[in-house]
Design a protein around this ligand. Structure first.
Ligand SMILES: [Zn+2]
Length: 322
């Protein structure tokens, strides 16, 4: 694709709560009021400590910029354009690092890598984002991000669907420019897994020293098998088990969280980006995961398919979110 043909991904930057408007610049995104208050209070009394330990909320959020979604697809042709680089983030791990204090508390996990996955699309999968996190450093090592073209929908239906869902986020253009069928997404995902030594087609079976982390069971229990059946392909064997972060959250903090936003609010993590843009949600879930691991959580498998059936899933925690 030539430069002329490529429009900027238009991404809505502004979802500002009234509280954050008071204390923060207009680039602030949806920041939980709790965090805003706590930080404004601590800035006056403990500013020096604040600067040493972590960037202030203002820095944290004002320096945030939307990801270049062509880049996440490996298709950005504007890497030499300073204005483009100024507007869009091309660094996968930005705003996704623990500070020194938090890192000291990270406990050792059963896996070397977490793969945070958060699908979008109710009728068919429209977006397949995965954030790869090293469990020793809790750093984001890489992203896999593909927009997915539905296999059983008319062009007109696809256009309405994408306009409704991604139009309001300003990324319908990049969706149309990059979306590929689910079978191709899975092929590319498997090549990516092999590249990171997490799975080999010749060997098959589950992931090697890695586990999927999702917010709820819907993504891997329900949606992936459904989409495989629509796309007339076998369910890949590595989707056999996963970690539902909400179950780990419940058992670790002894509190029920119904969704990602609740967990973020309770842990006072600012939500960055657009909610229901899969790549931003996956990164926000990765932030919750980082926070929980820094708090001392052991993030273990919570659900596993029994036999070859896609329907039967065994849940490994007695206390879980239903
Ligand atoms: Zn770019």
């Amino acid at each position: 694709m030539g430069k002329a043909a490529m429009a900027f991904p238009r991404i809505s930057l502004f979802r500002i709560s009234p509280l954050s408007l008071i204390s923060l610049s207009p680039l602030t995104l949806s920041v939980s009021p709790v965090r805003t208050l706590r930080l404004s209070a601590s800035l006056s009394t403990d500013q020096h400590q604040q600067q040493q330990d972590s960037p202030s909320l203002k820095e944290y959020t004002t320096r945030w910029k939307p990801m270049c979604l062509y880049h996440t697809h490996g298709k950005c042709t504007m890497m030499d354009d300073p204005i483009h680089l100024e507007r869009f983030n091309h660094n996968f791990s930005e705003k996704l690092r623990l500070n020194g204090m938090e890192l000291k508390r990270v406990r050792s996990q059963n896996f070397d890598f977490f793969l945070v996955l958060d699908l979008e699309g109710k009728v068919e999968i429209l977006e397949f984002p995965v954030v790869l996190v090293n469990t020793k450093t809790m750093d984001v090592v890489d992203l896999f991000h593909r927009f997915v073209r539905p296999s059983e929908m008319s062009e007109q239906r696809i256009n309405e669907y994408i306009d409704g869902k991604y139009g309001k986020l300003g990324v319908d253009g990049v969706w149309h420019d990059t979306a590929i069928p689910f079978t191709e997404v899975i092929e590319q995902f498997e090549a990516w897994l092999s590249h990171h030594h997490l799975w080999k087609r010749e060997v098959g079976g589950p992931l090697d020293q890695a586990a999927f982390v999702t917010c709820g069971n819907w993504d891997l229990k329900t949606k992936v098998p459904q989409q495989c059946s629509v796309a007339k392909m076998k369910l890949p064997p590595y989707f056999v088990e996963w970690i539902n972060l909400k179950d780990v959250y419940l058992n670790f903090y002894k509190r029920r969280a119904t969704g990602m936003m609740t967990m973020m609010k309770e842990l006072q993590i600012p939500s960055l980006g657009s909610h229901h843009l899969g790549i931003d949600d996956a990164k926000n879930i990765a932030r919750v995961l980082q926070h929980m691991v820094a708090d001392g959580a052991l993030v273990q498998i919570t659900a596993r398919r029994t036999s070859n059936s896609t329907e039967n899933v065994e849940f490994l925690f007695k206390n879980r979110i239903r």
